[in-house]
Design a protein around this ligand. Structure first.
Ligand code: MLT
Length: 237
């Protein structure tokens, strides 16, 4: 296996498709997706655009779906759910298909959807993601941070570094970003929550009173659920 880390979807090579691509949006989209599937959601369908989400929703019976949308960290008015993992309880999401659009996370997933194996990773499902990789041994792996509107996000890169550390003895490093991500993780591994709070999106979430969300997103390997693309833009277990 050879591991390449990209800090944002925009930094991925344009005309290449890896054997496996992993989207990381630790605060909070991929954390929320893993939580939703762990709570029994049937699948998550991702949209970069709210109009496309609404148009797709019209094709489902209303009882079968929940519409989730976040912009700038806040729930979009008129949608059933925002992007807090605490909204995705068993009572709310079990058996439902979640149609979801977030500022950056769903865009990252759309960027990598041509890969034969697409996963969504976060700190909360770290070990489970590593298990999938060691079992399936894809040759070329991209870990793609969602970032924030095209810019670097500390929390995504540190999670990429956590995956790199777990794979250390099974993988070659493909680019300098992988080594940098690993160094960031090694520096902060005992203070992940502190780093998340320091990050610019962490600061935004603190201003939105989402302290508990950050604490949850910084926990490691607490769920087994690994969102995996089953058809373009649709993730399930
Ligand atoms: C995103 O997609 O940018 C996010 O997950 C933002 C958030 O809701 O925290």
């Amino acid at each position: 296996m050879k591991l390449f880390v990209y800090h944002t979807p925009e930094r991925t090579p344009e005309h290449e498709v890896p054997d496996c691509a992993i989207a990381v949006d630790a605060l909070r989209a991929t954390t929320t997706m893993a939580t939703a599937l762990a709570s029994g959601a049937e699948a998550i369908e991702v949209f970069a655009d709210l109009d496309a989400l609404q148009a797709a929703a019209a094709h489902y019976p209303a009882t079968q779906i929940l519409k989730a949308a976040e912009r700038g960290g806040s729930k979009v008015e008129g949608f059933d759910l925002g992007n807090s993992p605490f909204d995705y309880t068993v009572e709310t999401v079990a058996g439902k298909r979640i149609l979801m659009s977030t500022t950056n996370g769903t865009r990252a997933l759309q960027r990598i959807q041509a890969a034969p194996l697409v996963l969504a990773a976060a700190a909360i499902n770290l070990e489970a993601v590593v298990k999938v990789l060691t079992r399936e041994q894809p040759e070329i792996i991209w870990i793609v941070g969602a970032g924030w509107q095209g810019s670097y996000a500390l929390e995504d890169t540190v999670c990429a570094g956590a995956i790199a550390q777990e794979l250390k003895s099974h993988c070659e490093w493909g680019n300098d970003e992988t080594v940098a991500a690993l160094a960031l993780y090694e520096q902060w591994q005992d203070h992940l929550e502190g780093l998340f709070c320091l990050s610019s999106h962490g600061q935004r979430l603190l201003r939105l009173n989402c302290r508990e969300d950050i604490a949850y997103c910084a926990r490691r390997s607490i769920v087994e659920a690994v969102p995996r693309q089953i058809s373009p833009g649709v993730l399930a277990l």
